[in-house]
Write a protein that binds this ligand. Sequence first.
Ligand code: GLC
Length: 761
Amino acid sequence: MISKQSSAIWGGAKLADVLELVGIPKSTSAMSAGGKHVEFVSIDRCKEEKGGPYKASIPLSQATNPEADVLLAYEMNGKTLNRDRDHRILLLPRDSSCKKDYKMFPPLVNTRRPQMDFPVQSAICSLEDVNVRSGKITIKGYAVSGGGRGIERVDISIDGDINSNTDIVAKAVDTAANVQPEKVEDIWNLRGVLNTSWHRENHRYHLTFYRYHLTYSSRLYIAYAPLGVDDVDEKTPVVVEKKDESVDRDGEESRLNNVPNENLVSLDPTDRKESEAEKEAWRLLKEAVVTYCGSPVGTLAANEPGDKTPLNYDQVFIRDFIPSALAFLLRGEGEIVRNFLLHTLQLQSWEKTVDCYSPGQGLMPASFKIRVIPLDDTKVEEVLDPDFGESAIGRVAPVDSGLWWIILLRAYTKITGDYAMQERVDVQTGIKLILNLCLSDGFDMFPSLLVTDGSCMIDRRMGIHGHPLEIQSLFYSALRCAREMLASDEGSKNLVRTINNRLSALSFHIREYYWIDMKKINEIYRYKTEEYSTEAINKFNIYPEQIPHWLMDWIPEEGGYMIGNLQPAHMDFRFFTLGNIWSIVSSLTTPKQNNSILNLIESKWDDLIGNMPVKICYPALEYEEWRIITGSDPKNTPWSYHNGGSWPVLLWQFTLACIKMGRIELARKAVNLAESRLYADHWPEYYDTRNGKFIGKQSRLYQTWTIAGFLTSKMLLENPEKASLLFWEEDYELLEICVCALTKTGRAKCSRGAAKSQILV
Ligand code: GLC
């Protein structure tokens, strides 16, 4: 059973050429000193070799044979091999896998020589339509053999009950009459490698007609046309005659390049047709793409046809682009994301002033647009025009933009493998500028980042100034990303140390003081106040009277969450979804807390998910509180927009958190709910009312992050392994740093165990 296939085009230097340069002529089979092999030794050391280097050798005759195509590969699909591979040069003898694994036995079993050639083999890569009940099917696949041998023929046969459960079988024979073995039992080996027995694909539906026509080159066959039952003898394999025997090397390569992509990708059973909603979402997402000098650089915030007053929704927002970027990345389209990252980087150092005052260097804009400036009668120039918050209604610096930029850069690198991008000097400088701005000393007493109201997704007054969880969790995530991406040179050493210290202090602080559950509320309920000295238990001098009535009845026994904000004498007990989700995703919270947050969401489903996932915060500010805190904002009325509205863009983030915690069923339930409405409602920006029943009063339609968030959620659910590239596990070393610091005050012993017991709640 083949579940995944991939192909790559390798680039590099021919080993024969390299050896010639160092004085070993082509076609040498032995050195004058007697050496007959070329040995390759890795720089890195590995466990499998008991801490020694990794070694492999090939015969000198093969290494120096100009026809043998032994390649020192430093490029894959046109890109330099990345850091995941340690900038490694791969030794690729033609026809064999690149590592020592082509030995069929572990090193201690020294009974066989390494396998240097491919045995003859074939595989079915796709059946055109598994739902076919009668009529035709197309089978596509490949056949290869090693040692330069061509393929003589490929036999396709059916096996089993043609009306119910049919196997389609492929068998290849090479030009030296080697036959692909029938059963795995005949070629069994200890490590399970090179299992090249006949390939069988089970067909679940009955087939009544087949018609076939296969063409192939000497190395590869591709099936184009359907099979017909009249031509098929059920018992005897069908012999497919070779169509084109005299294909030259170039011809072969072009055929290889012509292998339709679907031949080489997943045969996963979850492969399925896109729903109407997904089809429309992809079309709309592509229509929202903004180009700059002919290249895609981002997506519009909203693309509502006929909207005469788009305000700034016709711009590319940094935060709004994240789900678009992920949708493109998960679909294998990296270019737009790369362009976005590089162009927004240029805006970072833009001249920016509000009333003769400039915000800090390193600030990323909230959004940008492409302005077209006429040069003369015939020519125009396109210019990127950023908004650092000076035009946006909240008139506040978008603190989250730089954090998102770093998070996206890491996601881009992880998904595409393009590590060269993060190593660029301008990109490294960009990361450092953002960090310097966030890590600069101020008047702070706490490790959390001090910001003004509305400096994030909630970009107008909602009482989230000070140290809002919404920003802390993104800050923590961005620090974790940056630590991974900063070049490990002298210049970054101090910065990495600062990041580590901040990460550990931040996680301790948030876990300890922002967390509430039944037990903690009861503790707060009994707090003593007005304690003087550094030994105070009620460190923030919280007055228990401020615990709101709704909270006592609302908080479930089995759940808990991070409160929205904390400052002396004040806890903002509102539940903010983005902050809680990113705490889970980045492991700002402990594994136990992560599960408790999801328990809370599950048990308060009607309040937090309701008719449209996911509520931005709960509960809404009402009456006097609304008047004072929002300044009577008519758009942020109770249960609307930022004040308790429901935001489909939070769906992908919720999905990611659920996948991380193995609670995929919760995400599925939310995505199904959204899918049934978003498409019919024309992809609104947000929904109103306590349980998200109505489309938001002033909500845009065709909001891009709603569309892209939905697509990203679907793709994450289908490829949970991709999701793991986007979240982090607990880092015990960070916890140790923190416990070590606490030890100085005599509070704990310094060890991983102590770290766990101290900081894991
Ligand atoms: C609203 C949202 C903000 C978003 C912008 C563009 O202002 O509050 O988070 O970036 O619209 O969609």
